[in-house]
Design a binder for this molecule. Sequence first.
Ligand SMILES: [Zn+2]
Ligand SMILES: [Zn+2]
Length: 53
Amino acid sequence: MKCPICSKGNNCGYHSCWCTKEYFPKEIFELVPDNQLRKSCICKECLDKFKEK
Ligand SMILES: [Zn+2]
Ligand SMILES: [Zn+2]
């Protein structure tokens, strides 16, 4: 699976995904194109970058 923001791998697995334990601010989803929403996970790199701001 690819990250919808940076197109790199997001290291997501269907059942044991790191992102199920992470908090995603809802603003980050505004960076995701509509057709990618809920389909592929945002990668940790993008999440960390977003939180730094
Ligand atoms: Zn990414
Ligand atoms: Zn995930």
